[in-house]
Design a protein around this ligand. Sequence first.
Ligand code: SF4
Ligand code: SF4
Length: 96
Amino acid sequence: MTTPATPVAFGLASPPAWSCVQCGACVSGCPQARPPELSPRRVLRLAQLGLREQAARHPFLHACRYCGKCLVHCPQGVEVARILRRLAFERLVIWY
Ligand code: SF4
Ligand code: SF4
């Protein structure tokens, strides 16, 4: 079995994910965020850096309710909830 070697395999390199500029607007609109550590921005940054295991194990993935408010606030149109869901799935199938 081949383990995916790049974020591309999990869609993390799609234009919406990589267009995140770390502005923090999603954090201010997120009812579950407790910055600086517990925030979608922090998870996205880890994913952008290719730190997949750290991103997939981040405690914010347990807090996210996939409500989609982050997408409404994001000036870049980043599909944050979709990315977090994908990471949560990755955590289950690979890292646990
Ligand atoms: S609002 Fe969008 S661009 Fe800004 S930090 Fe959040 S995901 Fe990134
Ligand atoms: S989908 Fe998750 S990250 Fe986005 S606003 Fe809702 S709880 Fe926060």
